[in-house]
Design a protein around this ligand. Structure first.
Ligand SMILES: Cc1cc2nc3c(=O)[nH]c(=O)nc-3n(C[C@H](O)[C@H](O)[C@H](O)COP(=O)(O)OP(=O)(O)OC[C@H]3O[C@@H](n4cnc5c(N)ncnc54)[C@H](O)[C@@H]3O)c2cc1C
Length: 341
């Protein structure tokens, strides 16, 4: 086998970053990204894009921390390069505030973000309903810029982008040697995974250029994230809800919750409503699987189920998927050379 033909199913942040990583790090391979939806129509396009990771019940915390650290280092380098504006990646500082003292005053990711510390009494005076807070600098990844930027990178490395819905991974055999499944919520049907389900999120994108600090309520439900093109106001977490239409009552509720934290938002204008379905799974599924059928074999690397934190860990997760793809390529090359003997 000379060139390994790799198909990546999915063109959200997970699929595109995995495709980019594979084309950079796996020698002698071709990469084709296949998806029924590309930017600006994926869940990743709706994400608020703040880098604050989430713990997954079935993924060990040290693993999530490694993925987050890899992602933070990678995006920090972009943020301090001339690419920062095109990629939509920038540093942002602010406050995470709590109405009661949290179980973990220092979260597992505290030493990855920059300048993490507890808020002082003077800082907390700004939030009279809150008794505890953390302040730090993290990154914001504006996916409306980042996804097109990633697409360009994939193409520049020789990758192809193909619009197509896949009903069964076997459709990709024998045109491809290895399949990487980054189909997010689509994996419920594509690989029959009953453990993945939508967690609906609604948010607002508003113009309020005077807001410079992020504010996040510790429960993660109410947040204000300033960015380069808009300020993101959130949000909701609605389990098993597939409705992609914005709900006007929810938008009003989000707006009033955010105004309670940052009253100057009453003057915000040009308000847009967005809805996305987070691909929730108790743990991220990042593993190799060898499909076999009627004497044929198809190596698959799964990389999906990133729930509420896919942007925060995407690059670390892509690096790990790429390592698994390398192992598949190696074993295909070994069996190809053995069969020639
Ligand atoms: C409101 C909201 C706010 C969020 N905020 C943040 C945040 O601030 N920080 C953070 O880290 N995360 C955030 N997230 C979570 C983040 O958006 C997700 O974890 C991430 O986008 C998942 O990426 P993905 O590539 O797996 O999925 P998607 O972006 O859904 O991409 C899946 C891809 O697979 C394709 N596909 C699926 N099935 C098939 C098929 N059968 N055939 C062909 N193609 C298929 C789709 O077309 C699509 O291209 C937020 C999510 C929401 C909804």
């Amino acid at each position: 086998m000379d060139t390994a033909r790799v198909a990546v199913v999915g063109a959200g942040v997970i699929g595109l970053s995995t495709a980019q990583c594979i084309s950079q790090l796996v020698p002698r391979c071709s990469v084709t990204v296949i998806a029924d939806k590309f930017t600006p129509h994926t869940t990743s396009d709706v994400a608020a894009g703040i880098l604050i990771p989430h713990a997954y019940p079935d993924t060990p915390v040290p693993v999530v921390k490694r993925w987050f650290r890899d992602t933070f280092i990678h995006l920090s380098a972009i943020a301090r390069s001339a690419e920062a504006v095109d990629a939509g990646v920038h540093l942002v500082s602010g406050w995470q505030i709590f109405q009661s003292i949290p179980a973990e005053e220092v979260p597992f990711w505290a030493d990855v973000v920059l300048g993490f510390r507890k808020m002082t009494e003077a800082e907390l005076q700004r939030f009279p309903q809150h008794v505890f807070g953390q302040t730090f600098t993290t990154l914001k990844c504006e996916t409306s810029a980042y996804l097109p930027w990633l697409e360009k990178r994939v193409k520049r490395n020789g990758g192809l982008l193909l619009t197509r819905r896949i009903e069964d991974l076997w459709e990709l055999h024998p045109s491809f040697d290895i399949v990487v499944n980054c189909s997010g919520l689509g994996s419920q049907q594509l690989v029959g995974d009953p453990t993945i389900a939508p967690v609906r999120g609604q948010l607002l994108q508003v113009q309020a250029p005077w807001v410079k600090h992020f504010i996040r309520d510790g429960n993660g439900l109410t947040y204000i994230y300033p960015g380069t093109s808009h300020v993101t106001l959130g949000g909701t977490r609605q389990k098993e809800d597939w409705n992609l239409s914005p709900d006007a009552d929810i938008s009003r509720d989000i707006f009033s919750r955010c105004c309670a934290l940052e009253p100057s938002l009453h003057k915000a204008y040009d308000i847009k409503e967005k809805v996305g379905l987070r691909p929730y799974r108790p743990g991220v599924w990042l593993q190799k699987e060898l499909l076999a059928q009627e004497g044929k074999k198809l190596p698959v690397v799964h990389n999906y189920g990133h729930g509420s934190g896919g942007i925060s860990v995407h690059w670390g997760s892509a690096l790990e998927a790429t390592r698994l793809v390398k192992e598949c390529v190696q074993s295909l090359r070994t069996s190809a050379s053995t069969s020639k003997l």
